[in-house]
Design a protein around this ligand. Sequence first.
Ligand SMILES: Cc1cc2nc3c(=O)[nH]c(=O)nc-3n(C[C@H](O)[C@H](O)[C@H](O)COP(=O)(O)O)c2cc1C
Length: 196
Amino acid sequence: MACDCDFRKFVEEARTCRRFNQGAPLSGQDLDWLVECARLAPSARNQQELRFITVQSGKTLDALFPLTKWAGALKDWGGPAEGERPTGFIAVLVPENAGELIFYDAGIAVQTIQLAAHSKGFGCCIIKSFDVKKSAELLAVPQGMKIALILGLGVAVEKRVIADIPENGSLNYWRDADCVHHVPKRPLEALLVARF
Ligand SMILES: Cc1cc2nc3c(=O)[nH]c(=O)nc-3n(C[C@H](O)[C@H](O)[C@H](O)COP(=O)(O)O)c2cc1C
């Protein structure tokens, strides 16, 4: 069945989000629903080896937040301030001994969650930069598994827009005086190597 929405526009708006409404925390059901969407995503050889840990507001979330690193390119910003912090996390686990195919699965799963989150007005930040050891201890990651990515989630308050690449060619995102977050994307013609 065709979807009655402008999917390109939807994807354009589903940008990484790093500022959230902490006063409207995500519920456990919200987080379960996001994992449910990832459950239905494609999986190499349909092995479905990813596992997930959800963290909603509370002590564990408060302890996990400082183990995550946000927006390395914004040098004068120390990450989401109190009041704008994520209100949920989802850790994506992979088997320690898995082959490279598992990382395709992980990528598909996190983008599925990011799009699912956007469909509900939630923002999502995929995070690879986190304290691997402390996060695994805190979340009691089962033996034989490791955390591949952590998703920071919450009701989105940050305005994010796509930008053209500036003349100096930098791909760094930036924030303007109104705190709007700009993300430069290469044009279609730069990506399409050939058309046969
Ligand atoms: C695999 C991966 C790892 C990422 N790790 C981080 C991270 O550790 N911290 C962060 O703030 N953003 C992280 N991001 C978000 C990227 O910075 C973001 O996708 C990029 O700036 C482009 O913005 P966009 O998602 O709005 O297109 C990550 C994204 C991906 C796909």
